[in-house]
Design a protein around this ligand. Structure first.
Ligand code: AGP
Length: 617
């Protein structure tokens, strides 16, 4: 879960790489490094800490000129975060240098082999083993760098996105990927090339991008272009250049203090962009090519298996409610990491929906590869265009949330629910399990959601006041019923991941089977108690909490009086259908966690120990 950046061309590489690393810091931020060829020699500077620490260090350590360079921001897997384990890593001869995102699983056996041949190692990393393996192949077999990389990678087990260059041949950079993302930006005049984990580091320079597929490598030569080959058999692959549709402004903060707050406020537009051209209320139809083209698969499916991780898994849980409720299709929601190793029963009559914002989450990617190998049809719901999961899926639908930079997922969650709701409604219509008046009402209500989200966002000041009351607690409980049980889980996750306060989400009725023991006057309990759904039952749950002096924060429908009379605080959201209520009830929970984290002076956009896309298992 690291970020890699590289440049070869006429410009100074240093500033491009440093700014690029800052854009990718959401991927990992425990150490950073850069390697440049300054015209005579290889210059490497690396340090524990953030990219700004690297800037300060490299200022003293290296000359910053040179037209070819590679840089890295790290999320440690092998070897603790320190200077020596930071990337780039240099081969024993000092000639070859590498940056790597991923994990080499058989690195120890390769290392022992190399040690037996006299190689020595400074760091504990798998990456240093790889660069010395490449060097050994290059020397032993007297081949060019590209060939040496290919041969070495065929001995490697694991995941990687790498960039390597040789100081004796600085006009050439070799890149390769398996499991970890790698994009190549091509300068307008094809006279310069940018290498990165995603397009954000080179968006301001070019919109022409090549996304390497799994098991592909490319040799990038200054003034000569790119040659892409299959790592397995060295066969040539056509270079497919995509024109990127996102712009720089989308990946800047736009006047907000944090990306997370910006992305929370972008949800009305993100939801609108996600149903635009798909929800056609006047014609009372839903049009989604990926669903239409595979309608038979969906309608003949024995069941739908949803695989995902984290917040995407919570969106999957909401989908379970709406698919079973409206389309009457049995759904199972699986943690991808468990599903992939549980030897699950899957067959060709199963439809697997994979949900992933980044489209790069290793466990979800592996889960869908497993499902495909057993004949299941895989439908991907991703936000990042051209991502691995999007390409691995048989068909899919993108959430049009735009780039999500904050590690804590917000607009991706609500746009995932929007896409899944559209699919469920379309299938319900096709199956005739929803009346046309109910169908129309759902289209109407869904179309009104963005305006209602804007209204919910207006409770920000009230939520900030509540956050100030509870910022000092060490535990929180979140309760919800039905469609809002997954929202309770999501609210707890948001608070945990950015404020580091322990929090648990529970089905409200489940409270009596244990968690109620935690409740006393020091325990704040967020209870989602909107009118539609199991309102009366939730009210009695609130009374049970109240009788144990728990502090109640009620998420209620505008104009609610009953819960207002019982709760210590209420946050109102506009009324909507129960099946659409998660799109509104999640908003105050996002803001509550955000304000508490800011008040606790936490790094909201880059919480400790986390990264935006988890590309290793
Ligand atoms: C959510 O805020 C977290 N960033 C994390 O749980 C995330 O949802 C999970 O890693 C899945 O990521 P994906 O949607 O990119 O696959």
């Amino acid at each position: 879960m690291c970020g890699i950046v590289g440049y070869i061309g006429p410009r100074e590489a240093y500033p491009i790489i440093i700014e690029g690393l800052k854009r990718l810091e959401y991927r990992g931020y425990d150490s950073a490094g850069i390697a440049l060829f300054d015209g005579t020699d290889l210059k490497v500077s690396k340090t524990k800490g953030k990219v700004v620490d690297l800037e300060n260090r490299s200022e003293k350590e290296i000359t910053k000129n040179g037209n070819v360079g590679i840089g890295h921001t790290r999320w440690a897997t092998h070897g603790v975060p320190n200077d020596v384990n930071s990337h780039p890593h240099v081969s024993n001869s000092g000639e070859l240098v590498i940056i790597h995102n991923g994990i080499i699983e058989n690195y120890d056996s390769l290392k022992q082999e190399l040690i037996s041949r006299g190689y020595t190692f400074q760091s504990d990393t798998d990456t240093e083993v790889l660069i010395n393996l490449i060097e050994d192949v290059k020397k032993q077999q007297n081949v060019k760098l590209g060939k040496a990389v290919q041969i070495a990678l065929n001995q490697v087990i694991g995941a990687y996105a790498i960039a390597v260059f040789d100081k004796n041949k600085p006009e050439e950079v070799v890149v390769a990927r398996l499991g970890s993302p790698l994009a190549i930006g091509i300068g307008e005049n094809e006279d310069e090339f940018f290498i990165a984990s995603d397009a954000s580091p080179f968006l301001e320079y070019t919109k022409n991008a090549v996304y390497l597929e799994d098991e592909e490598m490319a040799v990038i030569r200054f003034h000569k272009g790119i040659k892409i080959r299959k790592i397995k058999d060295d066969s040539l692959v056509d270079t497919y250049v995509q024109k990127l549709q996102i712009n720089l402004e989308q990946i800047e903060k736009g006047g907000f203090d944090h990306f997370m707050l910006k992305e929370i406020h972008e949800q009305p537009k993100a939801i609108t962009d996600t149903y635009r051209g798909r929800l056609l209320r006047n014609e009372a139809i839903i049009k989604m090519a990926g669903v239409e083209d595979n309608m038979k698969k969906f309608l003949n499916a024995n069941r739908i298996i949803i695989v995902a991780c984290g917040t995407s898994w919570h969106a999957g849980l909401v989908a379970e409610y709406i698919f079973e409720d409206l389309a009457r299709i049995p759904v199972e929601v699986e943690y991808a990491s468990e599903f992939r190793y549980r030897n699950p029963v899957i067959n060709e009559n199963d439809v697997v929906i994979a949900i992933s914002q980044s489209g790069e989450t290793a466990d979800t990617l592996a889960a869908i590869k497993l499902a495909k190998s057993k004949g299941a049809f895989v439908f991907g719901v991703c936000n990042v265009v051209g991502s691995s999961i999007a390409r691995e899926s048989d068909a899919g639908a993108y959430t049009h949330a735009g780039p999500e930079i904050g590690v804590a997922s917000t607009k991706a969650f609500t746009t995932q629910i929007t896409v899944l709701t559209l699919i469920a409604l379309r299938l319900a219509r096709a199956k005739g399990t929803i009346s046309s008046s109910d169908f129309r009402q759902h289209l109407l209500e869904l179309e009104m959601i963005p305006k209602k989200v804007e209204k919910a966002l207006k409770s920000d000041a009230n939520i900030k006041t509540i956050a100030n009351v509870y910022k000092g607690v060490s535990n929180f409980l979140y309760l919800g019923r039905g469609y809002n049980f997954p929202v309770a889980l999501e609210g707890a996750l948001k608070l945990k991941e950015i404020s580091y306060i322990h929090a648990e989400g529970y089905p409200a009725a489940e409270m009596k089977h244990g968690p109620i023991a935690l409740i006393d006057e020091n325990m704040p309990i967020v209870v989602i108690a909107t009118k539609k759904g199991h309102y009366e039952k939730v009210v009695s749950n609130i009374q049970e909490i109240k009788s144990r002096k728990g502090k109640i924060i009620g998420i209620v429908t505008e104009g609610d009086t009953q819960v207002r009379a019982l709760a210590d605080h209420v946050i109102e959201v506009p009324e909507t259908l129960e099946s659409l209520s998660p799109l509104l009830t999640t908003i105050p929970l996002q803001l509550l966690s955000y304000h508490i984290a800011v008040m606790l002076d936490k790094n909201v956009d880059q919480p400790r120990n986390l990264a935006k896309s988890v590309t290793v298992e």
